[in-house]
Design a protein around this ligand. Structure first.
Ligand code: ADP
Ligand code: ASP
Ligand code: MG
Length: 413
């Protein structure tokens, strides 16, 4: 029986009853003879509660201190789960990210795991203990606490599975697998039994919140089989691995969306070499990720430049852009943080040009204005007004017939 890393998300440990239920589930695996490392998130709502407190004092809290605060959420659940396991007669030991040396870089609030020292965990496993590790947190070179970005416990789990050469990494959550779109928005969404890392990477990077993108990158890099399962039901599940035969090969794997977007435009910048660099350089230096970028055709020696960022970075990006606007002599900076991005995603789309036109026609028929478009071989993304998000996702899911098993195969778009 091999080692399994299991991760339980916020809802799964959302109350004391649920923590005890998780302990029972873990105990059952233990009795089957597995070695287990269990990663837990903070209780549902806790990370948001902590964030809101910090923001009440300062809308832009000091990032180092914010991480000290946010890391407390997971410290509570590791201790409670270990207490619950011990009560059931199962030896367990909890550790924070610092204690098991989950080394990250020093980019507070979105740190990346660089290295894990698995000695302490291995010693405990050899002594027959279940090891419970706090998700979402690490420690940098200086010994400062860092956090890995929202949803980061998934990445802790997969990184541990890779470091410990686990048999598989199981992500227990409040849905029973990965669906063609968020089943809370489209009840007709269909569960996907198998996915490749490549497909999951696309879904995660374009907004499918069920797995943090970094966790899928790790799984793919170290070839860790990743299974998404329900904490509450024993049926179902989605297995994510490298390409395997016999898997579905759909044209479109799913529809993703993200509400966490904001759009910034700088109007009337000089249309000359180096301007894009002047605008985006300082944004990148501030560790702000830029997604879709559009530069308009120049007219009268000036042009407009629009890009999207995560909504949490909006304020900071806006301020930086105002500064740039002054140095470049631009006309105006505009922003909108009530936008959403919807993407139709699938590796099978590579050879099907008609998907884009079907998508645009469908949105037009609903009277929804497309503000920005970005395409690649395997996805088409549009930016729209946030208020039309649900309607757009539902309509597109129906038009592409994703609820059907054929997943659009054989249809001509
Ligand atoms: P956890 O707290 O367990 O980490 P998350 O809220 O981070 O759970 O992720 C699970 C949620 O992801 C689901 O409740 C669902 O609403 C959402 N979700 C978004 N897209 C998808 C998808 N394609 N398939 C399954 N769930 C999805
Ligand atoms: N508690 C963190 C969050 O809410 C990390 C996680 O749950 O994965 O984002
Ligand atoms: Mg999550």
């Amino acid at each position: 029986m091999g080692l399994i890393v299991q991760k339980f998300g916020g809802t799964s440990v959302g109350s004391l009853e649920r923590i005890e239920a998780v302990a029972q589930k873990v105990a059952a695996f233990r009795h089957e003879g597995h070695d287990l490392v269990v990663v837990v998130s903070a209780m549902s709502g806790e990370t948001n509660r902590l964030l809101a407190m910090a923001h009440e004092i300062d809308p832009q809290p000091n990032p180092r201190e914010l991480d000290v605060l946010l890391a407390t959420g997971e410290q509570v659940t590791i201790a409670l789960l270990s207490i619950a396991l011990e009560k059931q007669g199962i030896p367990a030991r909890s550790y924070t990210g610092t204690q098991v040396y989950i080394r990250t870089d020093s980019v507070y609030n979105k740190a990346r795991i660089q290295n894990i020292d698995s000695k302490r965990i291995c010693n405990d496993l050899e002594s027959g203990r279940i090891v419970v590790v706090a998700g979402f947190q690490g420690v940098d070179e200086k010994g400062d606490i860092t956090t890995l970005g929202r949803g980061g416990s998934d990445t802790t789990a997969v990184a541990l599975a890779a470091a410990l050469k686990a048999h598989e990494c199981q992500i227990y959550t409040d849905v029973d697998g990965v669906y063609t779109t968020d089943p809370r928005v489209v009840p007709e969404a269909r569960r996907l039994d198998y996915l490749t890392y490549e497909e999951m990477l696309e879904l995660a990077s374009l907004g499918a919140k069920v797995l943090q993108i970094r966790s899928v990158e790790f799984a793919s890099k170290y070839n860790v089989p990743l299974r998404v399962l329900s904490s509450f039901e024993s049926e179902g599940g989605t297995l994510i691995t490298a390409e395997a035969e016999g898997m579905e090969d759909p044209l479109i794997s799913g529809i993703t969306f993200s509400r966490d977007e904001a759009k910034l435009t700088i109007l009337g910048v000089p249309d000359k070499p180096g301007v894009a660099y002047h605008i985006l350089g300082p944004i990148a230096d501030a560790n702000i990720e830029v997604d879709i970028i559009i530069q308009n055709v120049g007219r009268d020696g000036t042009t407009d430049f629009t890009f999207t960022v995560h909504r949490i970075d909006y304020q900071k990006a806006f301020e930086i852009l105002q500064e740039i606007s002054r140095t470049l002599g631009a006309r105006e900076v505009r922003g909108d943080n009530k936008i959403a991005k919807i993407s139709v995603v699938g590796v099978g789309m590579r050879s099907h040009a008609g998907i884009a036109s079907t998508m645009f026609r469908t949105l037009a028929q609903e009277g929804i204005n497309i503000q920005m478009i970005s395409t690649s071989e395997i996805k088409i993304s549009v930016v729209i007004d946030e208020k039309y998000l649900e309607l757009s996702v539902r309509t597109l899911h129906a038009v592409f017939e994703l609820e059907k098993n054929s997943s659009g195969n054989g249809l001509s778009y």
